[in-house]
Design a protein around this ligand. Structure first.
Ligand code: FAD
Length: 459
């Protein structure tokens, strides 16, 4: 009776912030344990360096350089080199390459050669399965690149302030929100172009051609004028009634992800005068507190992922197809128990999000395909992010939301016989880590709220 309709605003009586905060206080310790103490969930395979931005010329979009960073740092030359944006955005720790198919045959036992670190059980990190699935909401990591990507330690590369800002970052966010325009906009989106010209290859390439032909600025301006959500963005809640449910959900997911990234960079902020990492209340106030709709969207995402994780729980416990550590039954059992601790807590509240309301009407199937294609484009856009650490977490989180959407909309609990949601290792790692990001964002927002409301107590 208390499920969050995708239509609801989070402050509705039965799904209030406090309900979700109470749930989070139960889920967070289990999520921290899972993502911080298991090899399986603390390493992510991602192709960070071998894919080009498919939508525009990398030279313009990349912003890991000082010219871009100076917009946020008053005078970058005055601060020590290690605090500069170009340094803060770099990955840290050892990285290990995916073994690849030929290497699997030669070295089945220790494909990663211990390069991830001394205490990493490599068989708990490496995966061999790269098959794609039509139901994916994300672009498989090896779609167009020959490399299978690198294994990266998430613990050694926390999501936090990097100084990545300016035109490069703005261009990526603008393009991400543009994917929300669906058919109502006259702007030709990658997904639509892809349908018309699928023989020519990935939709992204057509989108790039359009952008180049039209001129980036002109296109952005056109998008701003046609974006059906422009009036909504300024308001709180979902008051833009002529916008269909699915489109609003798409927008909320993106905006909630953006809000979560902003929360982490404000919470783990580098004071470039003192060199201290500390929460930055002004950053929180200016990016989040003044925009209740953004915070609402973040909580909405927490509800959405809670539902996906709760739905996945029974499959993960009943079906032994999922092994969390090939060849090591003890580690497999220990990791499985930590996964179940998270899924059980996520399932401990009444169903919190009702996905069955979506994609129901006449245009349901085509709308769903459109939704999926647009989400794939958002995941492709992550290759345009010009800061390694931001790209890592951007890719992980879009993959995490993609996996959640796949669980919610592509697998039906009522199917008989039940259809197993086969998720790849990367999808599972992304899903649980994205849930952990939202969980820590909610925790940080509660603390920030206190700092704003009772500044003396916080001091
Ligand atoms: P931005 O956050 O860039 O926002 C641009 C515009 O979008 C705003 O002016 C506003 O109109 C609108 N907007 C902002 N938030 C929302 C929202 N929640 N919902 C709807 N609309 C919104 N920086 C880091 O320091 N660390 C990171 O890990 C990091 N990861 C990133 C990952 C990605 C994928 C991208 C694209 C950027 C990342 N950045 C990161 C950069 C960061 O998100 C900001 O772009 C940067 O800090 C500049 O912020 P800004 O104040 O100009 O506004």
């Amino acid at each position: 009776a208390c499920a969050i309709s995708p239509r609801a605003i989070v402050s509705d009586a039965c799904a209030s912030y406090s309900t979700l905060e109470r749930l989070n206080s139960k889920v967070k310790p289990a999520l921290d344990e899972l993502t911080q103490t298991t090899d399986f969930f603390s390493h992510y395979r991602v192709n960070l360096f071998h894919k080009k931005c498919p939508f525009w010329n990398d030279e313009n979009g990349m912003c890991g350089n000082i010219a871009c960073a100076v917009e946020t740092l008053d005078n970058e030359e005055d601060i020590p080199p290690v605090w500069r944006a170009s340094e803060l955005g770099k990955l840290e720790g050892p990285r290990a390459r995916h073994p690849g198919k030929s290497m699997q045959k030669e070295q089945p036992e220790r494909p990663l050669q211990g390069r991830l670190g001394e205490n990493v059980g490599e068989s708990c990190v490496v995966e061999y399965d790269d098959e794609c699935d039509d139901r994916d909401y994300c672009v498989p990591e090896d779609e167009s690149a020959s490399s299978k990507g690198d294994y990266v330690s998430l613990l050694r590369n926390p999501e936090r302030f990097t100084g990545y800002a300016g035109d490069g970052a703005k261009q990526v966010w603008d393009a991400i929100y543009r994917e929300n325009c669906f058919q109502r906009s006259s702007f030709p989106h990658a997904a639509e172009l892809g349908k018309e010209t699928s023989a020519k290859g990935p939709a992204a390439m057509d989108f790039k051609a359009v952008l180049e032909a039209a001129g980036r600025q002109q296109v952005l301006e056109e998008q701003r004028q046609h974006n059906p959500l422009t009036p909504f963005v300024a308001k709180t809640g979902f008051e833009h009634e002529d916008e269909c449910l699915e489109k609003r959900v798409f927008y909320r997911i993106i905006s909630g992800m953006h809000a979560s990234i902003s929360t982490h960079l404000c919470w783990d902020f580098l004071n470039q005068t003192t060199g201290q990492w500390q929460p930055n209340v002004d950053c929180y106030v200016n990016r989040l507190h003044k925009f209740p709709d953004r915070i609402s969207n973040l909580y909405f995402n927490f509800a959405l992922l809670t539902r996906a994780i709760a739905k996945l729980g029974p499959y993960l416990s009943q079906h032994q197809d999922y092994t969390f550590c090939l060849g090591d039954p003890d580690q497999d059992a220990a990791t499985r128990a930590k996964v179940m601790a998270v899924t059980d807590r996520a399932a401990s509240v009444p169903q919190i999000f009702d996905e069955s309301l979506m994609f129901k009407n006449g245009e349901g199937p085509s709308l769903k395909e459109d939704f999926r294609n647009r989400f794939r484009n958002v995941s492709r856009l992550m290759d345009c992010v010009g800061c390694d650490k931001c790209r890592l977490w951007g890719k992980l989180q879009t993959a995490g939301y993609g996996a959640a959407l796949k669980v919610l909309f592509e697998f039906d609990n009522n199917d008989s016989p039940p259809v197993l949601p086969i998720l790849k290792r990367t999808e599972l790692v992304a899903l649980f880590n994205t849930y952990a990001r939202l969980s820590s964002s909610i925790d940080a927002i509660q603390k920030f709220r206190k700092m704003v409301e009772q500044p003396d107590a916080a001091a």
